[in-house]
Design a protein around this ligand. Structure first.
Ligand code: B12
Ligand code: SF4
Ligand code: SF4
Length: 308
């Protein structure tokens, strides 16, 4: 197949597999501006305890080091909008569904099988939040949207309620063009953030972000961290900077049968975690993003919801 026919075929097959959009970027090292931004972010200490972001830096800054022989990145979006109110449990919307990581990766491997079955040899690796790869940067390069002041990828006419997946391949494909920011003078996310974690020039200070505090931080909360969590009222993750974003008015509910809203998580009463047995927690969270964070951290989070 010619590169333009192959590109059109791949984009159509990605939609057939249940992805909502698909774009192409050419594999190349990050430009100096971007790699300097990433290094400056680390130098500020904004990564907190997420030491993994400091490792494999040369791979993170160059997908050809991550996947030798890489030529094109196929980037997909996967919708998780529920169009509705904040889940009463305080669990972020994406986490009220099954764990997305294996689901997106497996579908990307199916996409690669489909390309092979059409007679086109291909090698590659699929990722979703699972490798040193700056996914939002590549999604922007692949023409899928812009990185908003809330640091999320926003797609015109869709918003930001979606997850990203990337298939790094040795195929020669026709790349898309990056999009310019359309945030304009809006500052709603910066103003609404309960931890004042967002800065227009420096980016997001994860140490003040409820998503980091409730999901990634393993140690007990300091007093200021508890105050931030009490202000936001999130048990796991945080959606505030997306709830206020005007572009999310356009989102459509996710309909994929393999990614349903789990009512047991939407309606969970955080106070029920206090005396929960480990076996009950396992059966509640098996196959979801909450499983990895564990009962002890969630009990800490629930405790921090109490206003002081
Ligand atoms: C670490 C991480 C986190 C950390 C840190 C977040 C952050 N903003 O960096 C924490 C735990 C806080 C987090 C939270 C969330 N995350 Co997260 N996270 C990641 C992860 C693993 C790496 C992100 C990263 O590299 N950060 C480093 C900083 C430096 O990146 P950056 O600010 O984007 O800057 C880079 C570029 O954007 C660029 N840049 C371009 N223009 C500009 C302008 C400025 C001013 C700056 C500073 C930089 C910059 O420069 C930098 C280098 O290229 C990615 C998956 C992946 N492998 O990419 C998911 C990912 C970004 N997360 C995701 C999600 C869904 C979330 C949450 C919404 C979950 C929730 N509901 O709680 C929140 C949202 C928080 C937020 N407002 O960003 C999705 C985002 C999907 C989307 N639509 O954009 C991703 C892509 C996972 C996935 N596969 O879907 N996350
Ligand atoms: S996820 Fe919540 S705490 Fe983190 S930047 Fe967005 S609004 Fe702030
Ligand atoms: S709330 Fe406003 S500034 Fe923030 S990401 Fe959305 S459009 Fe951009």
């Amino acid at each position: 197949m010619t590169p333009d026919k192959l590109t059109a075929f791949i984009k159509q097959e990605a939609l057939n597999l249940g992805f909502d959009a698909c774009g192409i970027a050419t594999a190349a090292p990050l430009p100096t501006l971007e790699s300097d931004r990433f290094k400056a972010w680390l130098a500020e200490g904004f990564q907190g305890e997420m030491g993994y972001l400091e490792r494999n830096l040369s791979k993170r800054l160059d997908p050809q080091e991550l996947v030798p022989g890489a030529r094109s990145l196929i980037v997909v979006t996967f919708n998780y909008s529920n169009k509705g109110q904040r889940p009463p449990s305080g669990i972020a919307r994406y986490a009220c569904r099954p764990d997305y990581h294996p689901l997106i990766r497996n579908r990307l491997y199916t996409l690669m099988d489909t390309i092979r079955a059409a007679g086109q040899p291909v090698n590659g690796r699929a990722f979703s939040d699972s490798a040193p790869l700056i996914e939002r940067y590549w999604a922007q390069q692949a023409g899928l949207g812009w990185i908003g002041k809330n640091r999320l990828l926003i797609r015109p006419g869709i918003g930001s309620w979606f997850l990203l997946g990337v298939l790094v391949t040795d195929l020669t494909l026709v790349p898309d063009s990056p999009q310019e920011s359309r945030c304009g003078s809006c500052r709603r996310c910066l103003e609404a953030c309960p931890g004042q974690a967002l800065d227009e020039t420096k980016g997001l200070d994860a140490r003040r972000c409820i998503s980091y505090l409730t999901i990634e931080k393993k140690t007990p909360f300091e007093a200021y961290e508890r105050r931030i969590c009490a202000a936001g009222q999130w048990l796991f993750g945080c959606d505030t900077c997306q709830e206020v974003c005007p572009w999310n008015r356009f989102s459509q509910p996710a309909m994929d049968e393999a990614f349903p809203l789990l009512s047991k998580l939407v309606a969970l009463d955080p106070t029920a975690l206090k005396n929960m047995e480990p076996a009950a927690f396992t059966s509640l969270t098996a196959g979801t993003a909450l499983e990895r964070t564990g009962l002890a951290s969630l009990q800490r989070n629930a405790e921090a919801l109490k206003k002081v």
